[in-house]
Design a protein around this ligand. Structure first.
Ligand SMILES: NC(=O)c1ccc[n+]([C@@H]2O[C@H](COP(=O)([O-])OP(=O)(O)OC[C@H]3O[C@@H](n4cnc5c(N)ncnc54)[C@H](O)[C@@H]3O)[C@@H](O)[C@H]2O)c1
Length: 311
């Protein structure tokens, strides 16, 4: 039995898992008891980022051999426990890079320009031109924190728009080909220099002890007061309250947050963002588009099928 506890492309299930006994119920993630019952005979589990594959869930799945992750971050999966039990875990690496990169570019353009929130005022006969003179993206510096797979797709698009791109990634060797990738040169900088000089700062690191609250009050104070911060990586890398305070005080030009420390974000915690200007909040959707859902689903069903059949 293959249990799928979150949404995915149904055609990929039908054709990619043909011949298997499949339980596809994207509401299972919110019904832990039913999920545990379904896992009693499951050899495979397919999840996005909400199902917590650890502790009680793993205990409820004695026959589990493989976990397919419809995405890349593995922080909802206890990798040590899976390893100890011989359970293989397959992320869908690369399959949603383009979606996230487009999200970053779109929110950067939107926040720099600042002109797109005027629909109601224009329809009402106001003509607020003076208030809506924004900025171009061309000629600005894109600063990438982490220069892995998604950051490179972002760099390619930023350079095509006339941006200058720099990145902080101490784990990427100085002679790595990506620094002079086919899309153009990306300058390696120390974090402090990147913070001080970026017009758009976009985060593309995993959440680790090192990256938790990497962008908090101190880091924000080092940034240009009209800079834009974009977090489509993981919640907890930015300090949400510090971002809200900086925007409210006019010490930051704008922010787009797709990920949050506690997901789904509850109204109580979201209250910190009430009335905060120049802020775009989205519900962890940067990597999810029609196209990426199909790519991610196919990569995952292929991984799970090959593992179960020993192909
Ligand atoms: N919002 C979404 O929908 C969405 C979708 C996909 C991925 N993501 C997240 O985006 C992030 C990046 O994904 P990716 O596929 O590009 O990962 P990746 O592994 O290809 O790249 C991550 C890079 O970060 C670097 N890094 C690690 N620790 C660092 C540190 N302390 N300082 C600086 N650099 C550091 C690594 O060297 C690596 O080059 C991950 O957090 C992932 O979970 C979010």
């Amino acid at each position: 039995m293959i249990v799928i506890s979150e949404f995915m492309d149904e055609d990929a299930i039908r054709r990619g898992l043909d011949g298997f006994d499949v339980l596809y119920d994207p509401t299972l993630v919110d019904r832990p008891d039913d999920l545990a019952a379904a896992l009693a005979t499951a050899e495979a589990l397919i999840v996005r980022n909400r199902t917590q594959v650890r502790g009680a869930l793993l205990d409820a799945a004695p026959q589990l051999k493989v976990v397919g992750r419809l995405g890349v971050g593995l922080d909802n999966i206890d990798m040590e426990a899976c390893k100890a039990r011989g359970i293989a875990v397959y992320p869908a690496s690369g399959a949603n890079d383009v979606s996230v990169a487009e999200y970053v570019i779109a929110t950067a353009l939107l926040l720099l320009r600042g002109a797109y929130g005027a629909t109601a005022a224009v329809a009402a006969g106001e003509w607020p031109r003076n208030a809506l003179v924004g900025r171009e993206i061309a000629g600005k510096r894109m600063g990438l924190v982490g220069y892995g797979s998604i950051a490179r797709e972002t760099a390619r698009r930023a350079i095509a728009l006339g941006m200058e791109v720099a990145a902080f990634d101490p784990y990427l060797p100085a002679d790595h080909a990506a620094w002079s990738g086919p899309w153009g040169k990306v300058t390696a900088l120390a974090l402090d220099d990147l913070l001080a000089t970026s017009d758009v700062l976009s985060l593309h690191v995993p959440l680790t002890a090192e990256t938790r609250h990497m962008i908090g009050t101190e880091a924000l104070a080092r940034m240009k007061p009209d800079a834009i911060v974009i977090n489509a990586a993981r919640g907890g890398i930015v300090d949400e309250a510090a971002i809200a305070a900086a925007l409210t005080a006019g010490r930051l030009g704008g922010a787009a947050l797709d990920v949050f420390e506690d997901e789904p974000l509850k109204a109580e915690r979201g209250g910190v963002f009430a009335g905060v200007p120049n802020l775009v909040l989205t519900p962890h959707i940067a990597g999810v588009t029609m196209e990426s859902n199909i790519r991610v689903s196919w990569v995952t069903v292929d991984n799970v099928r090959k593992h179960l059949r020993g192909e």
